[in-house]
Design a protein around this ligand. Structure first.
Ligand SMILES: Nc1ncnc2c1ncn2[C@@H]1O[C@H](COP(=O)(O)OP(=O)(O)OP(=O)(O)O)[C@@H](O)[C@H]1O
Length: 328
């Protein structure tokens, strides 16, 4: 059975506006990404700020245009799909933003906020009172919340309202951009449990964009690590966390303030900031920060290499995997 979402060699290119003395150019914020998201499964996209996570997610949601490549949703091509056609799919593919209700009108009641998708999709003739109650119950909030205003609820409750709104039309794919950012740790856990429960109950596929490796560890089936707009590693989450094959993944895991207690990983430190996307390093784009860099790395771009489970983009995973085995 083919995946719910198949992303193939996708590029998202932005035109830069040139100043008076500089000429305009382009950047590839997403640069040749391919990945599959299976029905009912959770895929986490991780990487430092600016690695292209949100841009990729927005391309899937039809909010950015993919300049090259293919995005197939249930076999239907989304790239270059006319807006009128995409609108129909907005019931099935939903993006939940970081601050899902903060950007909406503070003068609307919670009922209006969570039932707005029905009105947008021309389904406003439904019993919106009943829909609001159903959705609030689904996300663990009392039905009385329908009459409240956003300023009358807490940050954690607001996120639940955001989830209710996102799931109003019973989507098949939820794209969640940093669903736990800015929440207290205990509320983060509640949010993750809520998403996991709903995924189970509704058979929802979720694409999660996050900086937070603990979110990935707790909730995702598969993870993709992005660097400068490219995937550098992907695989089943447990496998990637236990046996990373790319030094960037290892460095991110080592920098996690709450590391996996069972994983015996080498401590490596990520040096400096990622290079500018305007000046991509030659060869392996990570070589300027790689603790295991070899002469070949600055010359030749590593190809995407499949392993038993997952794939990576590193010339020499065996070098540091061996060092790690020797050290442990
Ligand atoms: N509309 C745009 N026009 C030009 N450049 C853009 C635009 N949107 C994003 N970028 C650039 O694309 C690159 C990737 O940005 P993106 O927001 O996708 O990264 P991210 O990994 O989601 O980062 P963060 O975690 O900070 O949200 C960055 O260099 C960013 O400046």
């Amino acid at each position: 059975m083919s995946a719910l979402l198949q992303i193939r060699d996708v590029f998202v290119r932005f035109r830069l506006r040139g100043g008076v003395f500089s000429s305009a150019g382009t950047i590839d914020a997403v640069s040749g990404v391919s990945l599959d998201i299976e029905e009912g499964k959770t895929y986490g996209i991780v990487g430092e700020s600016g690695s292209g996570k949100t841009t990729l997610a927005r391309a899937v949601a039809g909010l950015h245009h993919a300049s090259e490549g293919s995005i197939l949703y249930r076999g239907q091509e989304l790239v270059d799909l006319p807006e009128a056609e995409f609108r129909k799919l907005r019931r099935e593919i939903v993006m939940m933003f970081q601050d899902p209700i903060g950007s909406l009108s503070p003068r609307l009641t919670i009922k209006s906020l969570i039932t707005e998708p029905f009105r947008i999709q021309g389904m406003g003739d439904r019993d919106l009172e009943a829909e609001a109650k159903r959705l609030l119950t689904m996300v663990g909030l009392p039905p009385e919340f329908a009459a409240r205003y956003p300023y009358q609820i807490s940050g954690g409750q607001a996120r639940r309202v955001g989830v209710a709104r996102a799931l109003a039309l019973d989507p098949k794919l939820l794209i969640a951009d940093e669903p736990t950012a800015g929440l207290d740790v205990s509320i983060q856990g509640e949010m993750l449990n809520l998403l996991a429960r709903l995924q189970d109950e509704l058979g929802l596929a979720i694409m999660i964009i996050t900086h937070n490796l603990n979110v990935v560890r707790h909730i995702t089936d598969k993870v993709g690590i992005m660097y400068l707009g490219k995937l550098v590693e992907e695989g089943p989450t447990e496998e990637v966390f236990a046996r990373p094959q790319h030094p960037y993944t290892l460095a991110l895991l080592a920098a996690n303030p709450e590391p996996d207690p069972d994983a015996q990983l080498m401590r490596v430190e990520l040096q400096g900031e990622p290079p500018s996307i305007l000046r991509r390093p030659k060869g392996c784009e990570f070589h300027t920060r790689c603790p295991f860099v070899q002469p070949r790395c600055s010359i030749e771009m590593p190809v995407w290499t499949a392993r038993a489970m997952g794939a990576h983009r590193c010339h020499f995973p065996e070098i540091w995997v061996q060092e790690e085995t020797a050290a442990s």
